[in-house]
Design a protein around this ligand. Structure first.
Ligand code: CP
Ligand code: NVA
Length: 310
C-alpha cells in the first residue's frame, strides 16, 4: 500500500522514499507483465485528461498507451482548444474537469499554474513537465538505473548541463533514494536554490549526497551514471545562441567520460541534440541506455496511474 490514492504528483518532494521505491517495484512488475503479454486492466472505466501547452513525444504517447494498456481511456484537452486558452480561470477549469474525468496530466510552462490546478481540482493532477520539475521522467530514470546497475545503493550520478526541470527532479529523486548526485552547470545556470535546499534536507534523512559545481570534470569523477539534457529547453528558443556559448565545455564527449567508471551508463531524457550537449559517439555508443530509459516512461507512469487511480 503506497498511500497515494487520489494524490497529485507535482514533484517527488511530496512522495516518501517508501512510496518512490514501491512505485519502482510495481513498474518492474507491470513491465514484466507487459513483456509477457499478460493483461493488466486495473483502470477499466477510468479516464485521464491530457493537457499539453508544449510539444511532446514520449510523455504524450507513454501516458496515452499506458492508460489504454491498463484498460482506461484518455481525452486530449489541448490548452488552446479549452476555454482556458481564452482566459477562463485555472481554478474554474479545475473544478469543472473534476466532474468529468478521473485525473489530469498537464505539461505547461509555469509550475504555479499546475499547483493552482491541483489546489482547485478534486481529482489527482500529474505534472508532465513544467519549467521547474519533471517527476515522471525521474521515476523512469531511477527504474533504468536499477535495471542496469542492479540497485540504487551506492550509485553516483553526474548530471552535466542546465540546472532546470530535469536536473531538479533528479536532485529530489536522488535525495529521496539515497543516491550520490553531482550537478555541474555553467555559471548562471545552476539549480534553483530552493530546490537544492529541499534536496539537501531529504538527503540528510537518507544518507544521499547532492553536490552542485561548475566543473563537469569534477562531477563525473567515479560516476556510474552520466546524464545530460538539452541546453535550450522548450520556451527558451530566443536564448539559443547565447546558451550555445555559455554551455561550451559542458558537452558529454569521449574526453569528459574518461573520468567516470569504465562501465558508466549514459542517460538523456530526450529529445537530444547530437554534437551539442552530447556527441553522437556517446549517445549512440555502447554506454548509452537512452531508448531503454525512454521505454521506461511507460512502465513507471503505469505504476503511478495504478496507485493514484485504482
Ligand atoms: N523526455 C520527455 O519528456 O520527452 P517528450 O518531450 O517527448 O515528452
Ligand atoms: N529540459 C527540457 C526537457 C524536455 C523533456 C525542456 O524543458 O525542454
Amino acid at each position: 500500500e503506497l498511500n497515494i490514492k487520489g494524490k497529485d504528483l507535482l514533484t517527488l518532494a511530496d512522495y516518501s522514499s517508501e512510496t518512490i521505491e514501491g512505485l519502482l517495484d510495481l513498474a518492474i512488475q507491470l513491465k514484466n507483465a507487459h513483456l509477457s503479454g499478460e493483461e493488466t486492466p486495473f483502470l477499466k472505466g477510468k479516464i485521464l485528461g491530457l493537457i499539453f501547452d508544449k510539444p511532446s513525444t514520449r510523455t504524450r504517447v507513454s501516458f496515452e498507451a499506458g492508460m489504454l494498456q491498463l484498460g482506461g481511456q484518455v481525452i486530449h484537452l489541448n490548452g488552446q482548444e479549452l476555454q482556458l486558452g481564452r482566459g477562463e480561470p485555472v481554478s474554474d477549469t479545475a473544478k469543472v474537469l473534476s466532474h468529468y474525468i478521473d485525473a489530469v496530466m498537464i505539461r505547461t510552462f509555469s509550475h504555479k499554474k499546475v499547483e493552482e490546478l491541483a489546489e482547485h481540482a478534486t481529482i489527482p493532477i500529474i505534472n508532465g513537465l513544467t519549467d521547474l520539475y519533471h517527476p515522471c521522467q525521474a521515476l523512469a530514470d531511477l527504474l533504468t538505473v536499477i535495471e542496469v546497475k542492479g540497485s540504487l545503493n551506492g550509485i553516483k550520478m553526474a548530471y552535466i548541463g542546465d540546472g532546470n526541470n530535469v536536473a531538479h527532479s533528479l536532485m529530489i529523486a536522488a535525495a529521496k533514494t539515497g543516491m550520490k548526485l553531482a550537478v555541474a552547470s555553467p555559471k548562471g545556470y545552476e539549480p534553483n536554490a530552493v530546490v537544492l535546499s529541499k534536496a539537501q534536507e531529504f538527503a540528510k534523512q537518507t544518507g544521499a549526497e547532492i553536490i552542485v559545481t561548475n566543473s563537469p570534470s569534477e562531477a563525473v569523477v567515479d560516476a556510474d551514471v552520466i546524464y545530460t539534457d538539452v541546453w535550450t529547453s522548450m520556451g527558451q528558443e530566443a536564448e539559443n545562441e547565447q546558451r550555445l556559448k555559455d554551455f561550451e565545455g559542458y558537452q558529454v564527449n569521449e574526453e569528459l567520460v574518461k573520468g567516470a567508471k569504465d562501465d558508466f551508463m549514459f542517460l538523456h531524457c530526450l529529445p537530444a541534440h547530437r554534437e551539442e550537449e552530447v556527441t553522437a559517439a556517446i549517445i549512440d555508443g555502447k554506454h548509452s541506455y537512452v531508448f531503454q530509459q525512454a521505454g521506461n516512461r511507460l512502465h513507471a507512469q503505469k505504476a503511478l496511474l495504478v496507485e493514484i487511480l485504482k
